[in-house]
Design a protein around this ligand. Sequence first.
Ligand SMILES: [Zn+2]
Length: 147
Amino acid sequence: MYDLNNVAHDFPWTAVPNQGSPVEPWRNPGSNWFDELPEGWGDVIHAYLLQLDMLVRRNRWYIYVAQVKEKFGTLRFYVDILDAEGLPCYADSAEDVKRFYELVHEMESETGRVCCHCGTREDVRCYGGWIHYACPSCEERVRDEIA
Ligand SMILES: [Zn+2]
């Protein structure tokens, strides 16, 4: 399983922006947005970041990551693409921009198709309370640990 603690190191463009985050001001510029996400998401996030990384390099974009979090059991990745003049690129402006946002949305929904604990795609179900997606054996194990 890919370790989400390595994201900012392996994909520096995903880090907290230089001026920090207006949404989460306690986060340091350059730090990792991904370290508190469910570890079972590691491989899904890694696979998509590799594809996004290709687009970012090819187009020499500046990426502004406004926030990354878990909400209602899936990933939220709020991100703007800025061009060389610092102007935002919109999803309808170019093939690569469109593709970038398609991949971001796919990545977000794919996190709901794997167990947030172990990453399996087998028999993943939605559990309530804190809404999350997991496989029954992890769910049982985690419940026993809490009890
Ligand atoms: Zn599991």
